[in-house]
Design a protein around this ligand. Structure first.
Ligand code: GUN
Length: 289
């Protein structure tokens, strides 16, 4: 029997609708910094801007010159940190080659309370403490967890295999699944024979950026398959999973596009609302993070 399709559109719309009253009440503002004009980044940013517009959230897209120096970028971040009317800051990735090695320092410069990507050491570290400290989790892992909740897919006691160990998706998602009592296996580029592990997965999550990397023979019958891949090919977007073949063995699968993507954007907006809430002086002490 073909797999159940886990569309991200309905849960993302439901999440955005649930955020609308808070957005009206708190009026958070997001600023997206883009260095240069990389076309793929511009597409992602447009998606974020249009979701913000749809839900009535203030969002500004600031383009900085490709040749900007590290120091100038830090100054731009510091101005946003100091601006009390900016509640969330995104530094769109990837950065130009001359800045890539500075990424940890750029993330360190972001005020953790405005880091709605959840990429700073502070917000990532808090996730180690448990679900109650996942205040600003990275948006893609958080979106995947919300997708599971929406479709009532159990996590506790399941064997989750993650393929891809990026700081943006794989590693934080592993922690979030562990926090929810999954048994987590993490595969990466140096794993010999990924299929040895993927075949054991009740939940298989793939974020490697390689079109159709996961084939039907790598999936246990009945597994839930989450495809984070977004690979641009002539015919359009292609995921990291061979969707047409894998849907014949999986019990549930996300499409590309229209699966994880909308959940990521909605989770970012949720983080911006949370960031604003946690910046209100009356609701949280400065030590609450
Ligand atoms: N580039 C691709 N995905 C992301 C993301 O989630 N956040 C940022 N800042 N840049 C990205």
């Amino acid at each position: 029997m073909p797999a159940r399709l886990l569309s991200g559109k309905e849960p993302a719309d439901a999440l955005l609708a649930s955020l609308r009253p808070k957005i009206q009440e708190l009026s958070p503002q997001l600023v997206i910094l883009q260095v240069g004009e990389e076309a793929v980044s511009t597409v992602y940013i447009q998606r974020k801007l249009s979701a913000c517009q749809k839900v009535g959230m203030r969002c500004e897209h600031k383009q900085l010159p490709f040749s900007i120096s590290f120091q100038e970028l830090l100054e731009a971040i510091e101005r946003l940190n100091a601006n009390m009317d900016v509640h969330g800051i995104i530094v769109q990735l990837p950065l130009p080659p001359h800045l890539q090695h500075t990424l940890p320092l750029i993330h360190r410069a972001l005020h953790p309370q405005k880091d709605i990507d959840g990429f700073t050491a502070y917000n990532l570290g808090k996730m180690f403490l448990g679900t109650e400290f996942e205040h600003l989790p990275p948006a893609t892992p958080a979106g995947i967890i919300t997708l599971f909740e929406y479709y009532k897919i159990p996590i506790a006691g399941k064997h989750a295999v993650i393929v891809g160990r990026s700081n943006i998706v794989g590693k934080p998602l592993g922690m979030m699944l562990l926090n929810r009592d999954a048994t987590v296996t993490m595969c990466h580029s140096k794993t010999s024979l990924v299929s040895r592990y993927s075949c054991l997965a009740d939940i298989l999550i793939v974020a490697v950026g390689k079109p159709k990397f996961i084939t039907k023979d790598m999936v246990k019958p009945g597994a839930v398959v989450i495809d984070v891949g977004m690979n641009r090919r002539e015919g359009g977007l292609v995921g990291d999973v061979d969707f047409d073949a894998v849907k014949e063995v999986a019990s549930a699968i996300t499409p590309v596009p229209g699966g994880v993507g909308p959940m990521t954007v909605a989770s970012l907006i949720r983080n911006c609302v949370r960031a604003k809430e946690r910046q209100l002086p009356t609701t949280h002490s400065p030590c609450a993070g």
